[in-house]
Design a protein around this ligand. Structure first.
Ligand code: HSE
Length: 303
């Protein structure tokens, strides 16, 4: 009898979206794949990104997350074999660790016959990741807003307009989220707090209404970008270059170093924006890889 197994796809994500530090996320049409099956013994194989660096042991983040899902459901994990086909680059601000965590949990949940619902998977994934703004869009797709209140996690998701696309420029150096969080100030001024509050609220409503002019006006930030620009050589020039080339706006993707430019769905425009971003990085002696993507409104799913 064939072993039970599933193949799933997990989207890359971009967190913060400018002014939504630790609160906003979007799912991108760029995916990792995981195949999971019952087996006689544990095994894991990794292809693509991280094939030479990630753990091929039960300590692998996908496996640890699957194990955590089994524990949460109160079911003991059988021997499983995992095949991870990774496209999302590691430590570049595109949600690779969230994809691993959400992938492991979602795959395990399928194997168990789906005892966990989305809120339970979100809570578990956030606990493993430490902050929820990448795991939420990886799980739900679209544009997500997360807020914690009274020990409870609140999530709102809206679909992203089909016309919205993105061009990402990923420098060839990693930045650990730990380092990018350590650089953040402990306190912010009331002016910056009000600026962030108003921009974040306006940006969220603009996305919900499909108001691209509102999005264009609000893709700026005072909470994390001014500090993190110091870690990403050329990043401020990349923002200017992307906007000059016709992007709706350009911000640091997650904790960087990838820069993400939002754009209309127009292949020539996207080509021009990618070229402009790459040239601006090159002027700062940074080699960057360009990716052009649609947005994802579905989140993790069966492949
Ligand atoms: N919101 C997190 C941060 C995302 O900016 O540190 C990490 O990718």
């Amino acid at each position: 009898m064939a072993a039970t197994g599933f193949r799933i796809q997990i989207p890359a994500t971009t967190a913060n979206c400018g002014c939504g530090y630790d609160s906003f996320g979007m799912a991108l049409g760029y995916y990792n794949d995981i195949e999971i099956r019952e087996s006689d013994a544990f095994s894991i194989d990794i292809e693509g990104e991280g094939a030479n660096t990630l753990a091929f042991t039960p300590q692998n983040l996908v496996v640890r997350s699957a194990q955590a899902a089994y524990e949460l459901a109160g079911i003991s994990m059988p021997p499983l074999s995992f095949l991870c086909r990774n496209n999302i680059p590691l430590a570049r601000g595109m949600g690779s660790s969230s994809a691993a965590i959400v992938g492991g949990i979602y795959a395990a949940n399928l194997m168990m016959g789906k005892p966990l619902d989305h809120p339970a998977m979100l809570e578990l994934a956030s606990k493993i990741e430490g902050h929820p703004d990448n795991v939420a869009p990886a799980l739900y797709g679209g544009f997500t807003v997360i807020a914690n209140e009274g020990g409870k996690q609140y999530i709102k998701k809206v679909a992203l307009p089909d016309t919205l696309h993105a061009v990402l420029a990923s420098p060839d150096f990693p930045i650990s989220t730990k380092k990018a969080r350590a650089i953040m100030p402990r306190n912010v001024s009331l002016d910056d707090a009000v600026y962030s509050l108003s921009h974040a609220a306006y940006l969220a409503l603009s996305i919900a209404e499909g108001d691209m002019a509102g999005l264009r006006a609000m893709l700026f930030d005072r909470l994390h970008q001014p500090y993190r620009f110091t870690l990403i050589k050329g990043a401020e020039d990349v923002v200017e270059a992307a906007i000059a080339a016709g992007a709706i706006g350009c911000v640091i993707s997650g904790s960087g170093p990838t820069m993400i430019a939002f754009t209309e769905d127009d292949p020539i425009l996207m080509e021009n924006i990618g070229y402009a971003m790459q040239e601006a990085f090159a002027a700062a002696d940074v080699t960057a890889q360009i990716r052009k993507v649609e947005m994802d409104n579905q989140g993790v799913r069966l492949a």
